[in-house]
Design a protein around this ligand. Structure first.
Ligand code: HEM
Ligand SMILES: Nc1nc2c(c(=O)[nH]1)N[C@H]1C(S)=C(S)[C@@H](COP(=O)(O)O)O[C@H]1N2
Ligand SMILES: [Mo]
Length: 357
């Protein structure tokens, strides 16, 4: 046995542990990936490192697995109806790993308005049904005798540690080579340059693309659990505060701008929040909405201007929410209603996908 084979033997757990690790690592990568989309505050930075580390670990375990099963792919006599799906699963998972890694190193690839990061997220989501189909055909229980407790624990501690080191190394390399990822935030988003409407992209979900809002007809309603509901015309707003705040979109860019507008807390005080009011849902004319704890919402801004210019239609005129430390998709555009509620609006997740349809 060559020293390399011996090393491989020491590092490799039993086949079933390898397969179940693939399940655990894909589940972990998917979960951290999804949760990270809603994370905008630096206190969540570990989540992004964890996601990368799980990805690196997944790549390593997948390499072991594919080495083991490659004859089942290359030898056509061993194919069964599930085999094409297994191969597709491997292709999609490898592509998700590849696009994620390329993005971390600073690659750019705008495809039909998609960033490499969008593509990575799409492939990650696509992997879920494929792994489930694969599991349906190839499921084997994990038995006591498959597991070598202490050794497997050490193997996986080492693997995740190596993953975290690799992720750290990735960002150092990106910085040394001064790739576009060099100036990325902890979320992986890269900065735009300049001030005002034209200095950052107009970004909307699925189909949220309303006609320009007629400022004369438009009203802002403040209602729900308030003493006195308000309906304010555009001329009733006095945009007298300016905040510098950073908008970080999950498609991989961020921008820091001066936003001018009205403090949400002032509007809420004017309407008088009732004692039961705990959450604030901010509604767009399209039905798109997001909710925030009352205390946090009070500090937010409803902006009429950015970088000294009146907001353009694309950026949410006449009024858009400025939600510091929240991800871009929570910065509701074309706001027409502020609703005080007892609880968070559970349907908001769906609304981001179907509003505007
Ligand atoms: C990232 C996720 C995974 C990928 C990309 C993947 C990929 C593959 C591929 C390409 C094959 C060979 C073709 C075939 O026999 O169908 C295979 C076989 C197999 N897979 Fe997976 N797999 C994954 C996860 C899992 C999981 C979670 C389990 C079970 C818990 C599993 C159990 C098996 C079994 C039992 C086989 C038959 C071959 C053998 O055991 O040597 N796989 N897989
Ligand atoms: N009503 C509404 N508000 C929205 C969106 C949307 O699709 N509809 N997109 C969100 C997303 S994903 C981001 S990143 C920001 C982008 O703001 P911008 O278009 O001004 O750059 O707006 C958010 N607000
Ligand atoms: Mo976004």
């Amino acid at each position: 046995m060559s020293p390399l084979d011996r090393l491989r033997g020491v590092l490799t757990p039993s086949p079933r542990v390898v397969d179940w690790s693939l399940l655990a690592l894909t589940t972990g990568a998917l979960t951290t990936g999804i949760v990270s989309l809603g994370t905008g505050h630096p206190s969540g930075a570990l989540l992004f490192i964890g996601h990368g580390a799980l990805g690196v670990a997944l790549a390593a375990v997948l390499a072991v697995k594919l080495r083991r099963v490659r004859h089942r792919v290359t030898d056509r006599r061993l194919w069964d109806p599930a085999t094409p799906f297994s191969i597709l699963t491997a292709v999609v998972v490898l592509s998700a790993l590849g696009t994620g890694t390329a993005w971390a190193f600073g690659a750019e690839l705008p495809l039909w308005g998609w960033t490499l990061l969008n593509l990575h997220i799409g492939l990650g989501l696509l992997a879920v049904p494929l792994v489930l189909i694969h599991l349906r055909a190839r499921y084997r229980p994990l038995r006591r005798r498959d597991v070598d407790g202490r050794r497997d624990a050490l193997r996986y501690a080492g693997l995740l540690l190596a993953g975290a080191v690799a992720v750290r190394g990735e960002s150092l390399v990106a910085r040394a080579l001064d790739t576009p990822a060099a100036r990325a935030r902890f979320t992986g988003s890269r900065p735009t340059d300049g001030e005002g409407n034209d200095s950052f992209p107009v970004t909307s979900w699925v189909a949220d693309d309303p006609a320009p809002v007629d400022h004369e007809m438009w009203h802002l309603r403040v209602d729900g659990l308030v003493e006195e509901p308000l309906a304010l015309a555009h001329a009733d707003l006095s945009p007298n505060v300016t905040d510098r705040a950073l908008l970080d979109c999950t498609s991989g860019w961020y921008t820091e701008q001066e936003w001018q507008g009205v403090r949400l807390g002032n509007l809420l005080s004017e309407a008088g929040v009732r004692d039961e009011g705990r959450w604030v849902t901010v509604w767009s004319v399209t039905g798109y909405r997001w909710s925030f704890p009352l205390v946090e919402a009070r500090e937010m801004l409803l902006a009429t201007a950015v970088g000294g210019e009146p907001l353009s239609h694309g950026h949410g005129a006449p009024l858009r929410l400025v939600a510091p430390d929240r991800r871009g998709f929570q910065w509701v555009k074309w706001v027409e209603r502020v609703e005080v509620r007892r609880r968070r609006d559970a349907t908001q997740y769906l609304a981001t996908l179907v509003s505007g349809l």
